[in-house]
Design a protein around this ligand. Structure first.
Ligand code: SF4
Ligand code: SF4
Length: 175
């Protein structure tokens, strides 16, 4: 184990990324071969893609991409939000074969913000759930309900996976 501990909010995002990569290298194969994790990862991937599809269909992707890349500080994607992430949500990205961005593009923006919006696949519940008035004004009540329901499914699977990953790693089942 490198010189840092699990679940510490005091770690810098760079250390949390390094910890996620360490866990992935050490346990990634075993975690991916675990039938329960594999089953949940399959559902989770589908729900993330469904969320993106819905956001695209309702115009949220375009609206947020414009706001996040044009407003200084990235709308709700400002510098510092990356610190809310822990190593397990980051590890989920690696288990889903997605890269974790490590280069901040603009000083006032979240580390994970890209030129066309968020570059992370598996995200923190705030990033999935938060909709400002620009978005709530844009959507009809039915669209808003559908999007909220979809976000709930994604967040629930993320929570289930985080829980099981913590248990597996904590119990060092694979050592
Ligand atoms: S939710 Fe609102 S503040 Fe956040 S990026 Fe989208 S439009 Fe901007
Ligand atoms: S992780 Fe993505 S959605 Fe969340 S604040 Fe950063 S850029 Fe925005």
């Amino acid at each position: 184990m490198p010189g840092f501990s699990l679940y510490s909010n005091e770690l810098s995002i760079e250390k949390k990324i390094a910890l996620a990569e360490y866990l992935w290298k050490k346990y990634g194969k075993d975690l991916a071969a675990d039938s329960e994790i594999d089953r949940l990862l399959g559902f989770y991937r589908k729900e993330i893609l469904r969320s993106y599809e819905l956001m695209e269909k309702f115009g949220v992707v375009t609206e947020c991409a414009m706001c996040a890349t044009e407003v200084p500080g990235g709308g709700c994607c400002g510098a510092g939000i990356e610190d809310w992430y822990d190593e397990f949500v980051l590890l989920l990205n690696l288990l889903l074969e997605r890269k974790i961005p490590t280069k901040r593009l603009k000083k006032k923006d979240c580390l994970f913000l890209g030129t066309t919006g968020c570059r992370l696949f598996a995200r923190h519940h705030f990033c999935i759930n938060y909709l400002c008035s620009r978005i709530t004004d844009l959507l009809s009540p039915a669209e808003l309900t559908a999007l909220r329901a979809q976000s709930g499914k994604e967040i629930f699977l993320c929570w289930q996976l985080e829980r099981i990953l913590r248990t597996r790693v904590n119990n060092s089942t694979y050592r």
